[in-house]
Design a protein. Structure first.
Length: 339
């Protein structure tokens, strides 16, 4: 990877997200008038480079999954732009988006709920091929067997039903379905959170192997910070609908510049008992504010020990900072204090 004059990685951008917002209306009364909105995603901007894995982390309810679905246009964004391979997705009509979606797929969080119990494994995996008119019945059957083998399942499982498989096997079926149309970009929405710990590493290793073998690009959504560090090239940290920090994996983990990131990382257990005993744990006070009425200024200021008057009044700019040769973005008025 080479560096351009402005310090940004000189790599091909596959996904470009600009000021993306996804607000869900709150309606009350007999006439269902809108009285407010849940600001699940409230103005996020970032790029995903071709061939990389961008990890998106944050607490439950911060808007990670909504961001992933909005990028794929499974939700129609309230505002903002999403560009995929130079094509502005928010401007496409339904038919144009359907054709584009074969190149962008999703691995869902719950392998029990995301597979139709009335369909065989063969029908589940071949459904995207049928929707996009790829091949005939015979070639689709061959493709399904090829995909099952690719994700580590017996091709003869093609006639079985989802209830006959374990959680880890079901998630492999979900991965095979996502790969059916040869996509270049995959949103993995917490693909291991519903699995046993013993199975999680197997699924993550499978995703990493597939990335190298097929040249895939991932948006890997998770709240397991240790797993995100293992699989990701860069990491974005999200809090209450906004991205507060984004940078190279090692930069973010070794030198976090946002107090929220520091608090998250302090919760990861260290394998060295001596270091674990000496380390200071950052305990956040209070609860996450409601996304229908976020606080003025920096959204993290009610829970931040470093907050000052400017934090309570002004929303911090998402800006580049840091000593690394890679771009390290942070939204904090006092981030220079943590360099």
């Amino acid at each position: 990877m080479t560096e351009s004059e402005n310090g940004r990685p000189d790599r091909e951008i596959l996904i470009e997200v600009n000021d993306l917002k996804m607000h869900f209306p709150i309606r009350r009364g007999v006439l269902k008038r809108q009285v407010g909105a849940i600001r699940a995603v409230d103005g996020i901007t970032f790029e995903i480079y071709k061939g990389e894995t961008l990890g998106l982390v944050g607490e439950s309810g911060c808007g990670k999954s909504t961001a992933g679905r909005s990028i794929l246009q499974l939700y129609e964004p309230t505002a903002g732009q999403v560009t995929f391979s130079g094509e502005e997705l928010t401007q496409l009509n339904r038919e144009q988006m359907r054709k584009t979606r074969r190149h962008m797929q999703m691995i869902f969080q719950d392998p029990y709920a995301s597979l139709n119990p009335r369909m065989t494994v063969g029908n589940i995996i071949s459904e995207p091929l049928s929707i996009h008119g790829i091949g005939d019945d015979q070639s689709r059957k061959g493709r399904v067997k090829e995909l099952l083998d690719l994700v580590g399942l017996n091709p003869y499982f093609i006639s079985r039903y989802p209830h006959e498989f374990s959680g880890g096997q079901r998630q492999r079926i979900g991965i095979a379905r996502a790969l059916a149309t040869n996509p270049s970009f995959i949103v993995a929405d917490e693909p291991i959170s519903a699995l046993d710990v013993s199975i999680q590493a197997q699924v993550v290793n499978l995703l990493d192997d597939l990335k190298r073998e097929l040249g895939l690009t991932y948006l890997f959504i998770a709240h397991d910070l240790s797993m995100v560090r293992y699989i990701s090239d860069r990491v974005a940290v999200m809090y209450l609908g906004k991205i507060v920090e984004l940078g190279d994996r090692d930069d973010v983990y070794d030198n976090p510049l946002h107090p929220y990131t520091q608090a998250l990382l302090s919760a990861i257990p260290l394998p060295d008992p001596d270091k674990e005993e000496k380390r200071k744990r950052i305990i956040l006070e209070g609860d996450v504010p409601s996304p229908d009425n976020p606080p003025k200024g920096c959204r993290f200021h009610p829970r931040c020990m470093h907050a000052t008057d400017i934090c309570r009044q002004e929303d911090p700019v998402f800006r580049p900072l840091g000593k690394s040769k890679h771009v390290h973005m942070v939204a904090c008025h006092h981030a220079e204090n943590f360099l």
